[in-house]
Design a protein. Structure first.
Length: 167
């Protein structure tokens, strides 16, 4: 190989090395920044969503002595979980309070310390009294996720919206 061919290949070698360096920097730096963003910004919403999914399936673990004939599905919850305040018993359907924050002991992650709930009634005419954990405001708590639910009251479903928030 003569000197002329070697000198002519130097720009091509430099372009290839710059291209490879650029791709490696994007790959390594981009994935690192993306994982940091996911960990920092969405971790609270992700954890809240998992607790919400646990709350939507709380009826599956309910005791068999609840008397209603509505189809057992995700998001159909007996109203007793929101109207009966529990004192010491955790295996009954009902809720507990930790200060102003409500929680259901049967729901995994919804412990009143890290996550709590409130419920908003969508049809005020059909709702029975006794919903102590209800609220009319929805924007005052950060990292809130919600889902529509049907509360079963005497066999009739009542539409509501269940909010889970991080304390």
């Amino acid at each position: 190989m003569d000197l002329y061919n070697l000198v002519m290949k130097i720009p091509y070698i430099l372009m290839i090395l710059v291209g490879i360096t650029f791709i490696i920097q994007l790959y390594v730096g981009g994935l690192n920044n993306l994982s940091i963003d996911i960990d920092n910004y969405n971790e609270g919403e992700y954890r809240s969503t998992i607790v919400l999914e646990n709350a939507l399936s709380v009826e599956e673990n309910a005791t068999e002595n609840l008397d209603y004939s509505y189809d057992h599905r995700r998001g159909v919850i007996p109203i007793e979980f929101f109207t009966q305040k529990l004192e010491d018993v955790d295996n009954e359907p009902g809720y507990k309070k930790n200060g102003d924050h409500c929680y259901i002991p049967r729901v995994g992650g919804l412990d009143g310390e890290n996550f709590a709930f409130y419920i908003i009634n969508l049809d005020a005419d059909d709702m029975s009294p006794g919903l102590e954990c209800s609220s009319d405001e929805s924007g005052d708590r950060l990292k809130t996720v919600f889902s529509p639910v049907l509360l079963v009251q005497d066999g009739d479903p009542v539409p509501a919206r269940l909010y889970i928030y991080e304390r």
